[in-house]
Design a protein around this ligand. Structure first.
Ligand SMILES: Cc1cc2nc3c(=O)[nH]c(=O)nc-3n(C[C@H](O)[C@H](O)[C@H](O)COP(=O)(O)OP(=O)(O)OC[C@H]3O[C@@H](n4cnc5c(N)ncnc54)[C@H](O)[C@@H]3O)c2cc1C
Length: 529
């Protein structure tokens, strides 16, 4: 057997990799930070030979616990930093470490962009975005990452490197019969977005292996590079902020807005507006008072007149149900309107222990016509469990983030959180939704998939995993649940959180509070002078 590849086992380093965004703290047995494909291959082959589980990781900003685990965490955020553009064909190869923001900065001078725009773009890596099928506010028009990926380079579970290209077919490992395709058609949710489980529906449509690997959350292969397709930046943009005194009226306005072909329709509910206001929103940010919810809408068009015209249509069409309207006719004006949206995640992350923001039911997505029922049902569940929630995000896709805000200083919060988790899953099932619109399944939702897809489709998921990773080396417990799956175990909060050095725990909390996910995690392990 080959000698052990460079693995870091210092307890401080392992502690620095014990948390990502989301709710978990799990201290890994080791960490590897490969400096390129060959070093990564060495790690994968060694893990296969020794039966060591590997946890692929980018920036660690994933919400569902896919980038933390008990095996060896393999950090791809450092050693895969290269780009190879082909601006004439509007294509860009990016190494797994390259962030959305770096892609955007490279493409902008050529009038191009990567349309899916995760709010985490400053730190989310190309590998992480492809592995989770990430999305963003503009996904209401442009879809999720999947539709913008032309090819990927992977290292499979055997340690072999290869390129998987759109249009190249299904590969040799996995196929679906006609009966299985019908099963998939019958059991996949009819939502505009879905990042829960392997995308067998897309695979059935395209016949492309690429569709199996995009969104596979590090459970089928490591992604070492992504070929992104880019689009020209539209010439003009306009938008509006529309305030509602009633959340049902707000939700019912969304299908009308979506029919106008917007580039974004984002929601902030009353709780979130209060949180942003309390966090001290800068004076430029317009945070209107007395609303149940606010919709931020953006329309991109080829001419100024067209962009302004459609905003006028939207405002007029909703005059009867809105109680606040502010419009923006250019990019600068829109930036001001959107400041409140950009403050949402930072304001939530900074809440104190008596209102800690936890992502346990944060990613549900329902068919657009059920959005009002979903928001209403979540509010009822929240009141029933005694856990306040902040609701925000991608209303135009029927996909809203629900951050639970439990008081961790009051006993019983864990049971209340478990009740909210159960109620939200029940509600999503009833409404034909999916538990993940963009963040993925991770550890958090792995055990839910069978209820959403049924036993036959989940058997196909298991078959796919077996075909690509027969020894279950790659991210065990993610997507396919472990035998002892418990979504609210291994929390980073509360007295049972795994013990790690205090200074590292404080730095990890600071990363969360400041969205400092781009900080190399090895830096967090360095003792203060
Ligand atoms: C403030 C904030 C805002 C966010 N906003 C959005 C948003 O608007 N839209 C959205 O979609 N998400 C959002 N997220 C979640 C997160 O940023 C995305 O899921 C992102 O795509 C994760 O990228 P990452 O590099 O951090 O991956 P990680 O968190 O490190 O990993 C995520 C998953 O991908 C796997 N993985 C990572 N890299 C690789 C690789 N190279 N090969 C194989 N598997 C890999 C991991 O094993 C894990 O399962 C947000 C997160 C935060 C903290």
């Amino acid at each position: 057997m080959k000698p052990t590849p460079p693995l870091l086992t210092d307890p401080r380093i392992r502690a620095a990799y014990s948390e990502g965004a989301g709710i978990y703290r799990i201290v890994p047995t080791a960490v590897a930070v490969p400096r390129g494909v060959e070093e990564l291959q060495e790690v994968v082959r060694w893990a296969g030979a020794t039966g060591t589980p590997l946890v692929p990781r980018g920036a660690g900003s994933g919400m569902a616990g896919g980038s933390v685990g008990r095996g060896a965490v393999v950090d791809l955020s450092q050693g895969f930093h290269w780009t190879a553009p082909d601006w004439a064909r509007r294509r860009l190869w990016a190494g797994a470490s390259v962030t959305w923001a770096e892609l955007a900065a490279a493409a902008r001078p050529f009038g191009l962009r990567l349309p899916p725009d995760p709010s985490s773009g400053a730190f989310a890596t190309s590998g992480g975005m492809a592995a989770t099928n990430a999305a963003g506010p503009r996904s209401v028009r442009c879809g999720s990452a999947r539709s913008w990926i032309e090819a990927i380079e992977i290292i499979d579970a055997a340690g072999d490197a290869r390129r998987v290209v759109r249009g190249a077919g299904a590969g040799e490992r996995f196929a679906l019969s006609a009966d299985q395709q019908h099963l998939i058609e019958a059991h996949f949710p009819k939502t505009r977005k879905n990042s829960a489980g392997y995308a067998l529906n897309h695979f059935a449509d395209s016949g492309d292996e690429l569709d199996l690997l995009v969104g596979s959350e590090g459970t089928l292969a490591f992604i070492t590079a992504v070929e992104w397709r880019l689009e020209p930046i539209p010439a003009d943009v306009a938008g509006a902020a529309l305030g509602f005194a009633d959340l049902r009226q707000l939700a019912e306005a969304v299908p009308y807005l979506v029919a106008l072909n917007p580039s974004a329709v984002e929601l902030l509910d009353r709780t979130l507006l209060d949180v942003v206001r309390e966090a001290g929103a800068p004076p430029a940010a317009d945070v209107p008072e007395g609303l149940e919810g606010l919709l931020l809408i953006e329309f991109e068009r080829e001419t100024q007149a067209a962009a302004r015209g459609v905003v006028g249509d939207a405002v007029r069409g909703l005059r009867a149900s809105t109680v606040h309207v502010a419009t923006a006719v250019d990019r600068a004006g829109l930036e001001t309107l959107w400041a409140v949206r950009r403050l949402a995640s930072p304001a939530l992350a900074r809440l104190p222990e008596n209102r800690r923001s936890l992502q346990v039911v944060e990613d549900g997505c329902v068919p657009l016509e059920r959005l009002a029922d979903y928001i209403g049902g979540i509010r009822v569940a929240s009141e029933g469990c005694g856990i306040p929630v902040a609701i925000f995000g991608h209303a135009g896709d029927g996909h809203v983030h629900v951050n639970a805000l439990p008081d961790l200083t009051v006993s019983g919060w864990r049971d209340a959180l478990a009740a909210l988790y159960a109620d939200a899953a029940e509600l999503l099932l009833r409404l034909g939704g999916t538990p993940s619109g963009e963040h993925g399944v991770g550890r958090l939702r792995a055990g839910l998939l069978e209820r959403f897809y049924g036993p036959e489709v989940t058997a196909l998921f298991r078959g796919l995993k077996q075909a690509y990773d027969p020894r279950c080396t790659l991210n065990p417990g993610v997507i396919i649940p472990s035998a002892d799956w418990a979504p609210l175990a291994d929390l980073k909060v509360g007295p049972e959180a795994a013990p790690i050095p205090h200074d590292i725990a404080a730095r990890l909390r600071e990363v969360e509070r400041t969205a400092g996910w781009a900080i190399p995690k090895l830096d967090l392990a360095t003792p203060s002078p």
